[in-house]
Ligand binder design. Sequence first.
Ligand SMILES: Cc1ncc(C[n+]2csc(CCOP(=O)(O)OP(=O)(O)O)c2C)c(N)n1
Length: 333
Amino acid sequence: MENTKLTARDFAPSQPVKWCPGCGDFAILAQVHKTMAAMGLPHEKYVVVSGIGCSSRFPYYVNTYGVHSIHGRAPAVASGIKLSNPELSVWVVTGDGDGLSIGGNHMLHAIRRNIGLKILLFNNRIYAMTKGQASPTTQLGTKTKTTPMGTIDYPFNPARFAIGLDCTFVARGLDTDMALTSRILERAAGHKGTAFVEIFQKCLPFSEKEFDDLKDPQKKDDLTIKVEHGKPLIFGKNRNKGIVFRNFRSEIVEFEAGSIPAEVAVYDETNAEMAYLISGFQAPEFPIPFGVFRASEKPSYEELYYNQVAAVGDTKGNELETLLSGPDAWEVK
Ligand SMILES: Cc1ncc(C[n+]2csc(CCOP(=O)(O)OP(=O)(O)O)c2C)c(N)n1
C-alpha cells in the first residue's frame, strides 16, 4: 500500500518538461503538483486527460495516470473514465483552441451533464503548438498568422460560456498569480460536479503582449477585480472603486477609501445571475474579474447514473434481447 502523504515533488515528472522558457504553463503545472499533494490521494487515484496542443502535453508532466488523447476530445475520454470509476480524481487539461474550437461541442456537453471533472482551460488566446493562428479567444483586431489584417471574429469568453451552461463551479485564474491560482485549484479539487477553471496563460512566442497590463504593478489594481464570496466588489489602487448592480446593469462608483457605500454589491458565488454579469466584464469599461465566480451544488452525472442503475436493478425485462425483439420491435415490410 502506497504512503498517501505525498509532496508536490512526488507528482513532478521524471522527464524534462518541453515548453518554451517563460511559458505560463510551468507555473500552472507547479500549482497542480501542489494541489494533488494537498488532496492526499495516492498517485493511482488521479488521471490527467488532455487533447492536442502545448498545454495538452500536461499528462506527461504529472506523475499519475494520464491520457494524451485526440484533438478536442479530452472531455469525452475523461467522462468515460470518471463514469467507469467515480472514485478517481479526473483532470482535463486543454487549451482555448483544443477545448473551444474543435472541442467546443464536447466541452459543452461535459459541462451540462455536471460530470465530476476538473477542467483546466489554459487561455493564451492563440494556437501555440501550430505556431500562432487565431483561436476562438483571440481578441478582435489581433494580427496573427491566419489574420494578417487583424481578426474580425468576436472572441469567446470561456468563463461566461461555462456560467451560461449552469456549470456548478466556474473560476478564472492567472498564471503569474500563484496565490490566486492555488486557492482556485484547491476549491476545484474538492468540488463534486464539473469544475471549470479558465487560466489566463502567457505564450511568449505567439501572444507575447497578452495580459501584460493585468500584471503591470502600476495598472493591475485598476484593471482587475478579485471576486470573493461574501466580500464587497471593490478594486482600484486606492481600493476606492466599487461595483453596483442596478436594474441588471453593472456600474462603477467611486468613494472615499475605507468608506464603502452600502450600494456596492457583496459578491455571492451561489447567485448565477451575479456570476453571469461579472464574467462579462471587459476592460477598459470594467475591471477584468478573477477568482471563483460560481460555486453551487447539484447531483453529479455519475451519481445520477449509479442511482439509476441501482434503482433499475438486474431485471430480465431490460435485457438487450427483449429490447430488440420484444413487444416494441417492428419490421419494415
Ligand atoms: C484533427 C486535428 N486538427 C488540427 C490539428 C492541429 N492542431 C494541433 S494543436 C492545435 C491548436 C492548439 O491550440 P490550443 O488548444 O490553444 O493549445 P496551445 O498550443 O495554445 O497550448 C491544432 C489546431 C490536429 N492536431 N488535429
